[in-house]
Design a protein around this ligand. Structure first.
Ligand code: FES
Length: 130
């Protein structure tokens, strides 16, 4: 059903887990399907040194998150803010039905929330509906 690169990211996601010393984090929750995603960043001098994501979701949402984490290390916070949905669609490189677009963009919304300043303070229980 999905292309090989999607399935391999889904089965073996990159940067999956959590960061002990994250400086930025955000959590998104899709109330329609119950999927949730957390992104954690370690940012030093405005540049991403490391990233992790965690959560549960469909193949598209997890594969998109995994692919996105592969391109964020080394980027500045400003560069993260400029990532667009087209960047995610290019990474996925498959046609998406309207119902699947929210799955693909869950990771970008979460990354943007983290980049726009949801700094880690030890409280990761906040929910943000998509
Ligand atoms: Fe929930 Fe894809 S079905 S994010």
């Amino acid at each position: 059903m999905y292309r090989e690169h999607i399935l391999s990211h889904y089965k073996e996601p990159q940067h999956f887990g959590s960061l002990q010393h994250a400086t930025h984090h955000a959590h998104s929750f899709n109330p329609l399907c119950g999927d949730d995603l957390t992104m954690e960043l370690l940012v030093k001098k405005q540049q991403v040194e490391d990233v992790r994501f965690s959560g549960k979701g469909c193949a598209i949402s997890m594969a998109a998150a995994s692919m996105l984490t592969e391109i964020v290390v080394g980027k500045t916070i400003d560069q993260l803010k400029k990532l667009t949905k087209d960047d995610i669609f290019k990474l996925l490189d498959i046609p998406l039905s309207p119902g699947r677009i929210k799955c693909a963009l869950l990771c970008l919304e979460t990354l943007h929330k983290a980049a726009y300043g949801e700094q880690s303070k030890g409280d990761k229980g906040e929910h943000h509906d998509v």
